[in-house]
Design a protein around this ligand. Sequence first.
Ligand code: FES
Length: 111
Amino acid sequence: MSDAEPGSNDLPYTAVARVGEIPAGEGRTYEVAGRLVAVFFDGAGYHALDDLCPHMGASLGSGPLVDGVVTCPWHAWRFRTCDGAWCDNEKLKVAVFPVRVVDGTIEVAVA
Ligand code: FES
């Protein structure tokens, strides 16, 4: 069984983890195509963001995820997982990446 989006097979997906390895409300950081990517599970689906906080470089993957917002563990800047926008100023965004689940494996595409 696959939860992949139609047409998503054209993207360069990389397997990062198995379903169940990321607890709800948490993230984990993986290296994908030379970038550090934070992958979060909100209890229903997965979201992938650039792991590097644009403030001072903390790992966003170690921050908590609540109601679609991840909070940086260093100084509490908050970012939406849907589009990577900083909650205090939407002009500042971190990159977001496509995620899919194929046969119980979480995959992220970093172009
Ligand atoms: S390093 Fe993320 S808020 Fe400061």
